[in-house]
Ligand binder design. Structure first.
Ligand SMILES: N[C@@H](CCC(=O)N[C@@H](CS)C(=O)NCC(=O)O)C(=O)O
Length: 205
């Protein structure tokens, strides 16, 4: 299987980390977003939305990181994606929440506080930061409460849900995410950070 990927991106990271954790060999193909390689005709043939990551398994082409994670984890039996309908639905619940809500509040903070200064794209837009910060707290309260009595999000063990939700915390420090009041999120994330698969997919300097 080939993974078209952009290593600094959290959407790539969650997919790549799952493959490493499950010891699934992937042929890696870099798509350099900074050079606009996601807009080449060859890449748009694979993914008409022009986004990474994309998985190619023979004739089968799959885009959208959550779908790719589930496909990879469906290659065999494992505790990341157990074959129990309620547990899968619970994992999907958190993966849906991550895409619809968590990513939507983490991404603007990451972009305004980290990516813009890094790529010299101008000053952070304070209105965007303020609005994303308020919405961040709304979502973080829920996540923090959920993690208060659990080591992992679902089924008392590491699952795809943890990789999905953790991916958005990749740039929490340089993105200045306001995590001070959320000790359970911080404790859980340090647990994820200890995973070899998470360490091997950490963005390089
Ligand atoms: N919902 C998609 C989002 C993918 C996405 O936004 N990828 C970004 C990198 S984080 C990308 O390739 N952006 C290129 C562009 O928009 O030009 C997924 O989960 O795979």
């Amino acid at each position: 299987m080939k993974l078209y990927y952009f290593p600094p991106s959290p959407n790539t990271r969650k997919v790549h980390a799952v493959a490493i954790h499950l010891e699934l060999p992937l042929e890696l193909r870099l798509v350099d977003l900074q050079k606009g390689e996601q807009r080449t005709p060859e890449f748009v043939q694979l993914n008409p939305t022009g986004r990474t990551p994309v998985l190619q398994d023979g004739e089968f082409i799959l885009w959208e990181s959550t779908a790719i994670m589930q496909y990879l984890a469906s290659q065999g039996s494992n505790s990341l994606w157990p074959e129990v309908p309620q547990i899968r639905a619970d994992i999907m619940r958190w993966q849906s929440w991550q895409l619809a809500h968590w990513y939507q509040v983490c991404q603007p903070l990451q972009y305004e506080n980290f990516v813009k200064p890094l790529l010299q794209l101008g000053e952070p837009d304070l209105q965007v930061v303020q609005s994303a910060t308020a919405r961040f707290h709304t979502e973080a309260i829920i996540l923090n409460q959920h993690l208060a009595e659990r080591e992992f999000l679902v089924n008392a063990t590491l699952t795809l849900a943890d990789f999905s939700v953790a991916s958005d915390l990749t740039y929490a420090v340089p993105g200045r995410f306001p995590l001070e009041d959320y000790p359970h999120i911080r404790t859980w994330y340090s647990r994820i950070e200890q995973l070899p698969a998470w360490q091997q997919t950490a963005p390089r300097g």
